[in-house]
Design a protein around this ligand. Structure first.
Ligand code: KG4
Ligand code: ZN
Length: 373
């Protein structure tokens, strides 16, 4: 097999992103270019992502980013083997922009088109920087998702837990808003928490008595609101202490539920796979929240006491980017999972597209909750 070069396009939320990635025959990757235009400033006055503004901004940027991605990769269209684009889940207006641009490029250069599930991109992004054997446990923590997924192989995903209310990133964003900090809330809370006392406010431990590996963040958010309301006029130190207390509680919760998923994963795979006896299992984190150092430290702790190894890709590959869509496309291309041309060109953008079906008997759906994925 020769190397595979893929143009990867992402436009499901508030980042317009295009990358060129090359998969070598040994499965190792080279990211030849990785262009990202973040719309954060355009949405800032509204306190959240506005779908119409997002879609318009994708339209304005996508062509220029495709040209820049090819130029910076020193790659001609003729050297591209296939185009991969996010086809969902996400804000449909945005997904449509990237997917349509990909269809146009594929038609113009007579290339295969691979419609990609954005979540599969997150799930496989670890391969960009390190070779990770299947199966591994994925903790996907972003603005729209908080899920624990057993990644058995390409296209084989088993959901072990999901949030029953807010996503982790959403909780950070809402808490930052309550504290009068800017958006996106995660980095703001992390910065504010540096000078704060994490033990000043006793916040609840969500789902402490519930089996399984689901998450819940709405109770923490309410507890923060009550703490803020209990202070007549919060000082800078109060804000720092609340931010630190919230961040510590969120990190504890993520680590606690991940530890439960590790037990489920162990039961499912360790006995049935020889690999389990002579190597550590990988815990892979992806999504913007994975940038948080307190959260990474809490995950690292549970890994070291249980014989797991934490794989946290660089932040630029954790947050939304075109390279992760390129990886999902390249893995599918290498496996021969290439849809018929007519089928790919007719593929419609999907607002909801669960990566893994909900476990048997689960009462809540597997799709996307908020506007982010
Ligand atoms: O994966 P991402 O870039 O976009 C999607 O949601 O798809 O994740 C964005 C989310 C936001 O909610 C943001 O507040 C959160 O990730 N985030 C963080 C940090 N950096 C970004 N949360 C906690 N700590 C951070 N340092
Ligand atoms: Zn995402």
């Amino acid at each position: 097999m020769t190397s595979i070069t893929i143009l990867g396009i992402e436009s499901s939320c508030d980042e317009t992103a295009v990358a060129v990635v090359r998969r070598n025959p040994d499965g190792q990757y080279r990211v030849l270019s990785n262009e990202v235009w973040s719309q954060t400033e355009a949405h800032a006055p509204y306190g959240g992502v506005v779908p119409e503004i997002a879609a318009r901004s994708h339209v304005e940027r996508i062509d220029g980013l495709m040209v820049a991605a090819l130029e910076n990769a020193s790659t001609e269209p003729g050297e591209i083997d296939a185009v991969a684009a996010t086809a969902g889940p996400g804000l449909v207006g945005g997904v449509m922009v990237g997917l349509t641009a990909a269809k146009g490029f594929a038609l113009a250069h007579d290339l295969p088109l691979l419609p990609v599930n954005h979540l599969e991109g997150h799930a496989l992004s670890v391969h960009l920087t390190q070779q990770t054997n299947y199966p591994y446990l994925l903790l996907l923590v972003s603005g729209g998702h908080t899920q624990l997924i057993a990644v058995e192989g390409l296209g084989q995903y088993h959901r072990m837990g999901t949030t029953i209310d807010d996503a982790a990133g959403e909780a950070f964003d809402k808490t930052a808003k309550l504290l009068g900090l800017g958006q996106p809330g995660g980095p703001m809370i992390e910065r504010a928490a540096t000078g704060g006392r994490a033990d000043r406010f006793a916040l609840p431990k969500p789902l402490a008595k519930r089996d399984g590996a689901d998450f819940s963040f709405s109770g923490l958010k309410t507890a923060v609101r009550l703490a803020v309301e209990g202070l007549s006029s919060p000082t800078g130190q109060d804000v720092a202490d609340i931010a630190a207390s919230f961040q510590a509680a969120a990190a504890r919760h993520l680590a606690d539920r991940t530890a439960r998923a590790m037990e489920l994963f162990d039961q499912k795979y360790r006995k049935s796979t020889q690999l389990g006896h002579d190597r550590d299992w990988p815990l892979v984190v992806a999504g913007g929240v994975a940038a948080n150092c307190t959260i990474k430290a809490a995950l690292s702790d549970i890994c070291s006491v249980r014989g797991w190894v934490l794989s946290a890709p660089p932040v630029k590959f954790c947050t939304d980017n075109g390279a992760m869509i390129g990886v999902a496309g390249a893995e599918r291309f290498a496996a021969g999972l290439i849809p018929e041309r007519d089928e790919a060109l007719a593929f419609a953008p999907r607002a909801r597209w669960p990566l893994a079906p909900p476990p048997m008997g689960a009462e809540h759906g597997g799709g996307k909750k908020g506007p982010k994925a």
